[in-house]
Structures are given as C-alpha cells and as structure tokens.
Design a protein around this ligand. Sequence first.
Ligand SMILES: [Zn+2]
Length: 397
Amino acid sequence: MAHDDSAKTSSSKLVIRNIGLLLSGDLASPILDADTIVAVDGRITAVGREKDVDTTQATMTVDAKRTTVAPGLIDSHVHPVCGDWTPRQNQLGWIDSYMNGGVTTMVSAGEVHTPGRPKDVVGLKAMAIFAQRAFHAYRPGGVKIYAGAPVIEHGMVEDDFKELAAAGVTILGEVGLGSVKDGKTARQMVRWARKYGIQSTIHTGGPSIPGSSLIDKDMVLETDADVIGHVNGGHTALPDEQITELCARSTRALEIVHNGNERAALLALRTAMELKQMDRVILGTDSPAGSGVQPLGILRLISLLSSLGNIPGEQAFCLATGNTAKIRRLDCGLIAPGREASFVFMDKAQHSAGKNLLDSIQKGDLPGIGMVIIDGAVSAHRSRNTPPATVAPEVVK
Ligand SMILES: [Zn+2]
C-alpha cells in the first residue's frame, strides 16, 4: 500500500483511544500510564488518559479495544537493493512483508547485494547517493528506509566523505565488506565519516557469504565504528571471550541480529545486562540474507531475548524501538510528544498459553499484530504474516 502524499495538504488528527497497554520504547520507563494517543499531521502531540487530552475534531479515531500499542519497530540492519526487490533470494515485496511484521523503519547496512555493485570510488559514491534518494522517495508499505550506505574501499580520501555527507548520505555500509580489511585504514575512514556526521557500522565475526571475510575483536576495537554490527555474528560468531571483551572494552552500540548465532545473542545480552548497559543493545535482522527474508525477524528476536534471555517483554521491545532510535538518531521509536506517529498494535496470539501479550512473549510466543500505523496513516490492518491477534483494533471514524 503506497502512502498518498496528495492527502497531506489538509491537517489530519489521529486519536487512538482505549489502549490496554502502552509500551513507551524507553528502557527508563517501558510502560506508560496512559490509554490515549493524539497525533497531528503524523506527529504525536499528546499521550495520557482520555479525559486529560483533547480528542475533539479527530479526522481518524482508532479504538484499540484494550490491546497493546508500541512504537513501530525499527530494523537496524537490512540489505535493500532497489525498490521492493531483493536479488539475494530473488523475492518481490519483502519490505511490505516486514511492515506486516510490525517494522516501520529500516536502516541499511549497505546495498551490497546489488548485482554488479561498483567498487571504484566514484561508482560507490554514485550508488550510495542513488540508494539514499530512491528509498527516500519510494516507501513500500509506508516503511521508512534509511539507505545509501556506501561500503568503504581503498583509495577513498577525506573529501569523499565530505562530498557524500553534503549529498545527503548519513550512514556507512558494514565496514569489512569492501577492500578495507585492516584496522588502521578503517579507523581513519570511520573518523572521516564521523567528522561529517556519517554514522558507521562494522561487520563482526566470520564471513557471511563467499567473498566476505573474518572481522575479529581486535579489528572491531581498532576501527571503533559507531555500531558493532551483529555482535552475535552474521551468522558465524566470534569466540565467547571475544564477544564479552567487545561488550566490556568498547562503549559503542551492540547490535544483535536475527540472522546471527542465537547462543551468542544471549551471551551478548547477558553481558550487557551485567555491565548495566542495556541501552547499548539494538536489534536488526541482517536480511535479506542467505537464510532468506524474515518478515517476523524483529518480533522473533524480541521473543527469543525475552523468553530465553529472561528479560521482561516490555524491555525487549525497547531494544527494537527507543534504543535503536536514540543510537541511530531517528525521531521515531518512542511514544512521546514530538515523535513520529508510527505504531504497532498487538495482542497475544489466538490460543497462546500466555495470560496476556507480555506473558505470551515471555513464554516464547510471537504476538499477533492487529494494525500498523506509519506517520499517522494506516499501513495494515490485521497482519497477513503474524499468528492472528486475539483482539484487533478498529478504525471507528
Ligand atoms: Zn555483516
């Protein structure tokens, strides 16, 4: 479903009422004492009890029917290529499918699956600028895709990063997927990128596919990228002692991915908890990949980390929303005035053994999605991909 920009000329007011459980996305207070959200022109303007907020003159009212509302999920690690197509498994419509898994924002870790990907400096810059522009303009299912993530190659100089930043590039693709495999060069380029406001991510662990290579903890620490990409491997993880050392010695973000080693994911989570640095943990799928397209990948990670990692469900959601938004400097991911009005409505899946949504997640089940809203507009009603929600919200006006 494409969003219709022509409809945005007059002011819109969305009221979501009768919320049973409101998840904030913020680890400091993951559950809000509120049952109503008001959003004007795609931005949250008020959160509170229905009697305390102005719900008049709404252009759309959603009755949440006492279900759970959370910020739209953020996938911190995707590999888009062009439009809603991935050549990795030659699938169409994957981004729209992820939206049906609650994802409203994606961050590219490099458009590395592009057939014939240019590796010369002018070519890689052109491709990054193209991807940034194309995904800014084209949003399958309404999903916001921050793409245009060049992979660093030997021969790049400081002016290249300055030029990329001036052209609108804000992120680097995974360091290590190009010809730069040494910490010294990578560190220099990451610093140039940072100087011009471009955020960096490094591939961590064994090679993902033939052609990529091992990045060990020494290379990760020396490069000092902003995000330690797939700290649990993508898919091959580093030895346990290297993972715990990365958590302890670096202060950078710890990204856990669906298409990584699940045991290593639990180790990284446990180590971050012991360090009292859960705010560094963010979630991605690292997909499309050799293991396919995973529309429910972020939900599956939330359920895995909550049920086997023993963290409350409401905290697990923060890793995929507020944490990622803060680290990626995005204005979504939190239920708070001024933030993007993107939401996922969930209920426990039909016939789950859980008592309620959070209990079902803590027991390892996936939630059922009843609605997805992006920028104040409905992108999906009942998800076509999750198990059916016991109760689904309804647009009442
Ligand atoms: Zn990787």
